[in-house]
Design a protein around this ligand. Sequence first.
Ligand SMILES: NC(=O)c1ccc[n+]([C@@H]2O[C@H](COP(=O)([O-])OP(=O)(O)OC[C@H]3O[C@@H](n4cnc5c(N)ncnc54)[C@H](O)[C@@H]3O)[C@@H](O)[C@H]2O)c1
Length: 349
Amino acid sequence: MKVLLTGHTGFKGSWFSLMLKERGYLLAGLSDQFLVDSLYKVASLNQLYEEEYFVDIRDREAVENSISSYKPDLVFHFAAQPLVRDSYSRPHETFDVNVTGTVNVLEAVRKYDNSLPTLIVTTDKVYKNFGKKEGYVEEDELGGSDPYSASKSAADIVAQSYISSFKLNRTAIVRAGNVIGGGDWSKDRLVPDLIRSLIAQVPAVIRFPDATRPWQHVLDCLSGYLLLSDRLIHGECSGVWNFGPTHAQSREKVSQVVELVLAEWGGKSSWIRDSTPNTMEAHLLDLDSSKARRELHWADVLDFEKSIRMTVDYYKRVIAGEQPIRVMYEQLSEYQNIRNSIPGFEEIS
Ligand SMILES: NC(=O)c1ccc[n+]([C@@H]2O[C@H](COP(=O)([O-])OP(=O)(O)OC[C@H]3O[C@@H](n4cnc5c(N)ncnc54)[C@H](O)[C@@H]3O)[C@@H](O)[C@H]2O)c1
């Protein structure tokens, strides 16, 4: 199986590369760059790839050439400008990368083979947030009050239109929430910001400590993508899928994440509330993932505490000198063991 993964040098792309490689898949990656301190770089994940295309997703011809020359059996589109705060300072670029980039991937797929199994990653933030308590379902209205959310909603609608207009009957859209996990060094994300403060031994400055988010371990989220791709290969399950956390205790406040990370890290550490005015971020948006549970036998298996523990464990081990890729493989194997020991769940290997 030959897989092309866009955004392979990003946080989710890095963990997903490992999961795909574990299955014996052959990999090609498409990204514009990699950051020197990224998980992709520190874990030398380039070794997992037969081909890498360092091109801009906005370059239509380059995207089409990558697909037509690699000839994948399966495509995952992760590449995006994914940061809400950056979307306020760079709205045009955010719309361009997230919307035009998605059009380019779908256009390339349509031209190459419209039955090519393809998974388009959007987000829980695509839903119009009207304060629904019981969780948003796939049919709920889309919206987006900040540029990032609006751009992903637009990308989601683009993908829906390609599925119906061009009979991309093996294409699916996936919507998941805030992921955490080892090795994320993105700026303006809670856990990476915290770890940087801990390393620098300065108090962490926390925005929106009282906000609640649907926290989810990155491996739980990616296991859903993987299960869905298995179905797409067999010509099933195109359309839209939520992959949100189902554990009640995953809906924790930012301050609780902070406290737990500090406790797991150990030693003397503290945090303070950010008093500078901040750009708006959506309040809690809960996903109803019963469709994925019912039809794919998927659910997240790591609860809030375990997700934080595994995340902090990654950083501590790597800072203590262990090889990042080794820690990743060990955590992936631990995750698979937990998942496969729960009866009734689809096995992930
Ligand atoms: N991390 C989260 O909590 C989260 C939550 C919901 C949805 N998502 C979505 O998941 C996907 C992956 O997110 P992530 O956290 O791994 O992000 P990331 O910032 O770590 O990685 C982004 C990837 O996209 C690539 N990219 C960015 N601009 C590009 C361009 N112009 N051309 C080509 N490649 C480009 C980067 O090189 C990188 O490989 C995104 O679509 C994001 O919107 C992430």
